[in-house]
Design a protein around this ligand. Structure first.
Ligand SMILES: [Zn+2]
Length: 287
């Protein structure tokens, strides 16, 4: 059964580790992430962007697939199904469809409007038992057409949004989505520290986990990051493994064209990436 992400992230913050949010795109992705979480006895958050939700046929299809896998695979570790970078309307669609967690990305609204919309969503999400993430300070890079500049969040704005009752907060600290450029200056730990001092025990979220060096990830966890989003890294691993299979001509040998064979190396590559991240984040054995 799906659970909200509130308890697992409170526990993570108190225990000084982070829970990974791994974005899903299809059945293989979802199975790979769930089976790895179960094998490692780790809590996990399945992230779904609005674009990925649409790709998979819609939010009801996503909820049906995930709930079916939880049952058929006998998954017993805590699993949250979370809308990633949701619009105001998208959040309501996911609440209705049966998600257990939502993120409202109101970072492009003026602060007053972000506050108003977040307040309404906090009330409606909590009434149905969902957890809710909000974002302050837009996160750089591009994710499904959402483009940010990688700015650092204003700690006072973080405090204002935290006080609305959100369960965890994404604060821009120089992180970006996708691959990091050569001249990336790194995470702003000064900002992270200032945000944590204002928001106390509220779990903080680090978006754009792909390509951030391991020592920076560990330091961010010591400063209150309890949820780390990983998306691009699984995509790169899946694509590389699939490319290798095709380039080696394996699809032309015997029944190598069977889709279950074609997709197998990518599936294993996602599993390996998820395992590596769960070990780095410290969530192994914490279910
Ligand atoms: Zn993000």
């Amino acid at each position: 059964m799906l659970v909200s992400a509130t308890e697992m992230l409170k526990k993570a913050k108190a225990g000084h580790y982070a829970v990974g949010q791994f974005n899903i795109n299809n059945l293989e992705w979802t199975k790979a992430i769930l089976s790895t979480a179960q094998e490692l006895n780790s809590p996990v958050i399945l992230g779904v962007s609005e674009g990925a939700g649409k790709y998979m046929g819609g939010y009801h299809a996503v909820v049906g697939m995930v709930n079916g896998l939880l049952q058929d695979m006998n998954i017993t570790v805590p699993v949250a199904l979370h809308l990633d970078h949701g619009s105001f309307e998208g959040c309501y669609k996911c609440i209705e469809a049966g998600f257990s967690s939502i993120m409202f990305d109101g970072s492009h609204y003026p602060i007053a409007e972000n506050v108003e919309k977040t307040t309404q969503l906090v009330n409606d999400a909590h009434a149905k038992g969902l957890s809710i993430e909000a974002e302050v300070g837009s996160i750089g890079g591009e994710e499904d057409g959402v483009v940010g500049m990688g700015e650092c969040a204003d700690p006072n704005e973080c405090k204002a949004i935290a006080d609305l009752g959100v369960d965890f907060l994404a604060a821009g600290i120089g992180n970006i989505h996708g691959k990091y450029p050569e001249n990336w200056p790194g995470l702003s730990f000064e900002t992270l520290d200032a945000v944590q001092q204002k928001t106390g025990m509220l779990p903080l979220v680090l978006h754009g986990g792909t390509g951030i060096p391991a020592d920076m990830i560990k330091k961010a966890i010591t400063l209150g990051v309890a949820k780390i989003n990983v998306n691009t890294e699984c995509q790169l691993a899946f694509a590389a493994a699939t490319r290798k299979y095709i380039e080696e001509g394996k699809d032309l040998q015997g029944k190598g064209f069977d889709p279950r064979k074609v997709l197998a190396p990518g599936y294993e590559a996602i599993k390996a990436t998820v395992k590596e991240k769960m070990e780095l984040f410290g969530s192994v054995g914490q279910a």
